[in-house]
Ligand binder design. Structure first.
Ligand code: ADP
Ligand code: ZN
Length: 791
């Protein structure tokens, strides 16, 4: 008997092993230990019905780790589909299928804690002590028995006090006040209290062990779930039980929400695969719909997979799900520790949860009976994994829903061109929410033409007069502002006025970005993290006239402090949140009103719901338009619409001020009018003319090499082979070779070729066969199916 096994080794296809006599054939999804060259590795059985009689040449597997599927068979099949579609090896998907600690076979690695519980003997001793103190002691002398109360009030019991025997002559054994205190606590929680929790209340380990020796308490080891919610800023106490979506506290849906929910509920109830786009403007209450729809699906006995772009950045949605479904929710994202991930995975696998909320890799969660998949903010580029396998979590989710016979809802205020196209051509259902909750108006948007600003106030202006005035007005009214600039750093280039050169990264074809001011100033590459001091003279011509050009979020932050003295300004970008916990702290401070103005990159534009924000400023709205990427306009439109959507979500109306050098660009104009359909029509026209998605599919290939000419030659070789395999059938077009827009990265040169066509399989096969003849080149080629960007 032969089995096909996926092993976690890059770029490998399935491997065939024989099952030794006397060993049961492992199930699909079981883990097996197999020899691979000189090593042994843990893999997953992907197929077990192969009867080809090649037994002599095939090695035998060493060990079967699971009697049943460790990973559900349908998830294994989904991973296999993903590998094929995205031109990766099957083994490349294994890390996403297994919880972190299962790779070495230690599937049951878990944390336990000692739990103490009061025994019958302990209870009677305690009752005796209570009776004694009530009858024999006068109130002012009740120091000993009142110790717990004092401890709660912050009073310190002295060591002497704590260990002095309670003078309870009624007892056979004298108890210390600490022991009594422990018994009191434990009597209140008959199921027991973990020793860490007891320690936190001042009950030491030796107090516990003495009580246990007397038989007054029992000790056991309990498995503990490492709770990821504590990392996400904590969950309110009521979330632990789950308040339920149909309880009296549930709010009334708006008419539009109710109608949308009704349509989606019907689709879900049909029990077939359907894709629906929930296209709702920012602040239209999509989350509420997702929660109620989930409750309906759960009531019908099926489970829910909810994908979100970044939990750490917007923990609110996950918390709301936790509120609604209590302990029946699991959370999965890369910010969890290995232990937390492991525990969450096991809970899902055991069937302890009905709802999984997670980021893109949660699409492979071992959830069974999936009846609903939700992809929130489906347009978000963080669904795309930018390393092997280069899958898009949204698209894999659609396949998962299809295979599970489930409804999948894609939610967004700014759907991707692909999704909207499918909705317009009738492939997807389209459900629309046109109004904000309580009919709150969308932000009123003003465009500031920076050319006029420069003419009036000089070329160094960063914040226009309109934006500065608006921020000041918010400070007077104690309202909050968000200021977006989608570019990090203090200044974005160092330029020599003598030779006109810029200071570039030695490893990458980009200029270095200056971070920090004064003595903390450093020049850094945003691609490889190369860091250098900012030189005093030009390294090219030795000229002393170096100038910093362009500006990023750090500069905007400094400028706001200067223009608005006294304002509490903070910054949210990748640099500001390097420290663990910094992101959470920042978001909490902003929510609590301890920050007046928050400056940041696109991170501040994501699904946040801060009711006190009434102003959104956008500095250099056109940063993204300069990029040679076919999605530049789409990205700009989405970013501006989303960030403007952060304003006016409370009772006060919101305002947005957008600074740009291109006030007439359609992506900026239409975002300011928040006119998605018009943007779609306009952009579709461009995509048609240029033959770009959603009208064709793309496969982008980047060839890396040590020299520029080697990269170009190898890319040309691939182009030629791909053309030959198509040999005039015209199934697709090949563009290139050309130097990649990022021509050099981490010391390697990069050349690019692009396949455009309507049949992805044919494009992928042509490429794979072209690369198969040169395994060495294959390792240097990055193949990206459905790229999110071609930079
Ligand atoms: P979206 O995701 O569509 O931008 P949210 O789901 O964040 O919108 O909802 C916007 C705000 O409206 C949130 O503060 C939410 O709590 C509130 N909300 C949602 N539905 C209702 C409702 N039916 N009544 C009152 N407030 C609501
Ligand atoms: Zn670099």
């Amino acid at each position: 008997m032969l089995v096909q096994v996926a092993v976690p080794v890059p770029n490998l296809d399935l491997l065939t092993y024989s099952v030794p006599d006397g060993v049961d054939v492992p199930a699909i999804g079981a883990r097996v230990v197999v020899p691979l060259g000189a090593r042994v590795v843990t893999g997953i059985v992907v197929e077990n019905e192969n009867s080809e009689a090649r037994t002599q040449t095939v090695k035998a597997l060493r060990e079967v780790l699971d009697r049943e599927a460790f990973v559900p068979a349908d998830v294994v099949a989904l991973a296999r589909w993903t590998a094929e579609y995205y031109a990766a090896g099957v083994g490349d998907t294994i890390p996403m299928l297994l919880p972190p600690m299962a790779r070495g076979g230690r599937a049951d690695a878990h944390k336990t804690t000692r739990v103490a519980a009061i025994t019958a003997a302990g209870l009677s001793v305690l009752q005796g002590a209570r009776a004694f103190s009530a009858s024999a002691r006068k109130p002012h002398e009740r120091a000993t028995v009142d110790a717990p109360k004092r401890a709660r009030e912050g009073g310190q019991a002295s060591a002497d006090d704590a260990e002095r025997p309670a003078e309870s002559l009624a007892l056979q054994r004298p108890l210390t006040s600490k022991q009594l205190e422990a018994l009191e606590l434990l009597a209140g929680t008959p199921t027991g209290i973990g020793t860490p929790a007891l320690a936190a209340r001042g009950i030491a380990a030796d107090t516990i062990s003495r009580l246990a020796r007397h038989g007054y308490i029992s000790l056991r080891h309990d498995r503990v779930e490492r709770d990821p919610w504590t990392g996400a800023g904590g969950v309110p106490e009521e979330c632990r039980s789950g308040v339920g979506v149909d309880s009296d506290t549930a709010r009334q849906l708006t008419g539009e929400q109710a109608a949308a929910l009704e349509r989606l509920r019907k689709l879900a109830a049909a029990g077939d695969f359907r894709v629906a786009l929930l296209h709702g403007v920012t602040g239209s209450g999509k989350t509420e719909i997702f929660i109620r729809l989930s409750a309906a699906v759960r009531a019908a006995g099926r489970t829910v997979l909810m994908l979100v772009p970044e939990i750490a950045l917007t923990p609110a949605a996950a918390t709301l799900f936790r509120l609604a479904f209590g302990e029946r929710v699991a959370i999965q994202h890369s910010g969890l520790s290995d232990g937390e991930r492991h525990d969450q995975w096991q809970r899902i696998r055991r069937g302890d949860v009905d709802v999984v909320v997670g980021t893109r890799s949660a699409v492979f969660a071992p959830l069974e009976r999936v009846g609903l998949v939700v992809v929130d903010e489906e347009h978000d580029s963080s669904y795309k994994q930018e390393e092997i396998p280069r899958y898009n979590g949204r698209d894999v989710a659609i396949v998962r829903a299809q295979r599970a016979g489930a409804l999948i809802v894609l939610g967004s205020a700014t759907p991707s061109m692909e999704t909207y196209h499918n909705a317009m051509t009738g492939k997807y259902e389209r459900v629309v929410l046109q109004r904000r909750i309580l009919d709150r108006p969308l932000a009123a948007v003003t465009v500031v033409d920076m050319r006029e600003e420069y003419a009036a106030a000089g070329p160094d202006v960063i914040l226009s007069r309109a934006l500065t005035d608006a921020v000041r007005a918010r400070l007077d009214d104690r309202e909050q502002s968000l200021v977006l600039l989608n570019r990090r750093g203090f200044s974005t280039a160092i330029f020599c006025r003598q030779c006109a050169g810029t200071i570039d990264c030695p490893n990458c074809s980009v200029s270095l970005v200056v971070h920090g001011e004064g003595s903390a100033r450093r020049a850094r590459c945003h691609y490889c993290n190369y860091t250098a001091r900012v030189p005093a003279a030009c390294p090219l011509c030795a000229g002393p006239y170096l100038e910093q050009m362009g500006f990023g979020t750090e500069r905007v932050e400094a400028e706001l402090r200067k223009m608005c003295p006294g304002a509490r300004v903070a910054r949210l970008d990748r640099d500001a949140i390097r420290r663990r916990g910094a992101l959470n702290a920042l978001l909490t401070r902003f929510r609590d009103g301890e920050i007046d103005v928050l400056v940041g990159t696109q991170m501040i534009a994501k699904g946040h719901d801060f009711p006190r924000v009434t102003l959104v400023g956008v500095v250099s709205a056109d940063v993204g338009l300069g990029l040679a990427d076919f999605r530049a306009a789409e990205r700009t439109f989405q970013l501006l619409t989303q960030v403007a959507g952060r304003a006016g979500r409370g009772e006060q109306r919101g305002e947005a001020i957008v600074q740009t050098l291109y006030p007439n660009h359609y992506s900026i104009q239409l975002a300011c009018r928040q006119d998605y359909p018009a943007f779609y029509e306009r952009e579709l026209h461009f995509r048609k003319a240029m033959r770009y998605p959603p009208l064709v599919s793309l496969v982008n290939t980047v060839v890396r090499a040590r020299t520029f000419s080697a990269a170009m030659d190898d890319a040309a070789d691939v182009v030629q082979k791909v053309r030959e395999s198509d040999s005039g059938r015209g199934d697709f077009r090949v563009l290139g070779p050309a130097p990649a827009p990022l021509g050099r990265l981490r010391g390697e040169y990069r050349a690019q070729l692009l396949l455009k066509g309507t049949n992805r399989r044919k494009m992928r096969e042509a490429l794979q066969s072209a690369l198969a003849s040169r395994p060495e080149l294959q390792r240097r080629a990055i193949v990206d199916v459905d790229p999110i960007s071609v930079l």
